[in-house]
Design a protein around this ligand. Structure first.
Ligand code: BG6
Length: 507
């Protein structure tokens, strides 16, 4: 990484749209772990290089590992080789507390040291607590913070709790977690991260829909035949076999990332683009999704697990051969499902969603396929290369928007076929967008909850997937299909959509 200063947005610099974090302390629980090292610290350093962190700023790491303040400072330095000069300043201010989360002493020490930092740096008792820990301790840490009053700082500053999925293991445990957090923190203090919402192109769904007059009138059952959401990954479960065995693709991707992208696609225009305006409409959209009955699950979904195969030219093992995975595992690494939406805008427009690991290509996209023209005036033979129009929101990796429409093939004959009109983010804006964690960390410190998930959204998303979990855990579960790594999933997923006379796109 270079030591140069990252640019602020030149259009926004000097305007009050540049948001900088106020003085404060970021307290990271799980500070010696992977998320802190790989994502949080590099994101913080980039914020500092963009001059978006104040001088009165410190990181307090908390974890069980026995590390000294200096040991933690070394971790901070290691996480960002070639960091800018501001990072050294932040490292100097930062400290580490080693302790067990079940030990009240850990939190007494934390309180005392936070007060010392307030005194020394003028951080004004503003605290952002980031739980980069295993989810099992979320409630325990929140309660312990409450016991010593760190949920309501005496100095009058703010206290915010940032947590990251999984928010519970199913609807019931999600509600238990929520109740536990709400014993200590008010909803407006809780920032639930879904890193998909930090992606620029996910936010661009809002801009595309609500900053343009040409798309929105078409964005409904009047013109759209169906919607396809694809979240495809080439990676397998990597070193996370133990975690993934208990999660599976439905919990890991569908309940959160797919539901977030879906809600932004389906939602009504909000009155104002602010936190409550957007989140009210998102949750309303999710509430309109028809919750399947348990006995319909076999008909509207397919779950599958990858076998060995070839991905991007490399031979890869099957899921059951991965480290930490049971040789008899029934955990799904692929899900395809069909959802219906009961509201005025979307009635009768099916949503097909699929996600999987070890697919041929890493791609996330939302495709709105339009209805076919009512009458094709050309002879059939002239239009064999013509498909219905499609608008594709390419979320990653090749960020942009594609519109597919028919054009005349040059020549004497009147032949028509599909062409693509492409908008590419990279070409239109030369500026490097902030990464998801950079964006979300700053939002949490600034106190903007727009891109965080509200409690009722989490609950509604769990309600939609809960019947699938119930059916799969039943005594007579629908079968788990297989697919070779490096293919687009099992044959059964094709049948799911082809039954309706439609086809999956090949992104
Ligand atoms: C995470 C999942 O939430 O998202 C991972 O736990 C997955 O299994 C990852 O690989 C995908 O994120 P991205 O940003 O690479 O699309």
């Amino acid at each position: 990484m270079s030591t140069e200063t990252l640019p602020l947005n030149p259009l926004a610099e000097g305007l009050d749209t540049v948001r900088r974090a106020p003085p404060g302390v970021l307290v990271v629980f799980g500070a010696s772990g992977d998320l802190t090292h790989r994502k949080l610290l590099p994101a913080l350093e980039r914020l500092s290089r963009r001059r978006l962190l104040p001088a009165a700023f410190a990181v307090v790491g908390v974890a069980r590992s026995d590390i000294s303040d200096d040991g933690f400072r070394d971790i901070m330095a290691d996480a960002v080789p070639g960091a800018g000069p501001g990072w050294a300043e932040i490292i100097k201010n930062s400290i580490y507390i080693s302790g067990d989360y079940s030990d009240p002493e850990t939190f007494n020490t934390l309180k005392r040291r936070l007060e010392e930092i307030d005194e020394a740096l003028g951080t004004g008792s503003n605290r952002t607590y980031y739980l980069a820990t295993v989810p099992d301790v979320f409630a325990e840490v929140a309660r312990a913070l409450g016991k010593v009053g760190l949920n309501r700082p005496e100095g009058g500053g703010f206290a915010r709790l940032v947590i990251e999925k999984p928010f519970g293991h199913d609807l019931e445990t999600a509600r238990e977690l929520d109740a536990a957090l709400h014993e200590v923190f008010d909803e407006d203090q809780i920032y639930r991260i879904d890193h998909y919402l930090g992606k620029e192109t996910v936010q661009n769904v809002l801009a595309l829909r609500f900053a343009n007059a040409i798309f929105e009138p078409l964005w409904s059952r009047n013109y759209i035949d169906h919607v396809q959401i694809t979240v495809a990954e080439t990676i397998g479960v990597e070193k996370r076999g133990n975690f993934y065995e208990k999660a599976g693709a439905l919990r890991d991707i569908v309940q959160n990332h797919v539901m977030q992208v879906l809600s932004l696609t389906l939602m009504e225009p909000p009155g104002t683009i602010d936190a409550e305006g957007i989140r009210d409409e998102k949750v309303k959209a999710l509430r309109s999704v028809v919750v399947p009955q348990v006995d319909e699950v076999a008909n509207m979904s397919v779950r599958a697990q990858y076998d060995s195969g070839w991905v991007e030219g490399n031979a890869v093992p099957g899921y059951r051969q991965e480290e930490g995975v049971s040789p008899q595992s029934q955990t799904e690494t692929y899900v395809a499902l069909k959802l219906l939406v009961d509201n005025w805008r979307w009635a009768g427009v099916p949503i097909y969603a699929r996600t999987g690991k070890r697919l041929p290509k890493r791609v996330t996209e939302v495709a709105l396929q339009f209805k076919a023209v009512p009458h094709l005036a050309f002879p059939k033979a002239a239009a064999t290369g013509l498909n219905p129009n499609a608008l594709v929101l390419r979320i990653q990796p090749d960020e942009g928007v594609t519109l597919r429409f028919g054009a005349k093939v040059p020549g004497q004959a009147f032949m028509v076929r599909d062409v693509l009109m492409d908008f590419s983010y990279g070409a239109a804006f030369l500026e490097e967008p902030p990464d998801a964690y950079e964006r979300l960390l700053l939002d949490a410190m600034v106190g903007d909850p727009t891109l965080f998930i509200r409690s009722d959204e989490v609950d509604t998303a769990w309600k939609i997937v809960q019947p699938l979990l119930a059916a799969w855990a039943s005594d007579d579960p629908p079968p788990l299909a297989g697919y070779a790594a490096g293919t687009w999933g099992p044959r059964q997923a094709d049948t799911l959509i082809e039954r309706d006379g439609r086809q999956w796109r090949t992104p």
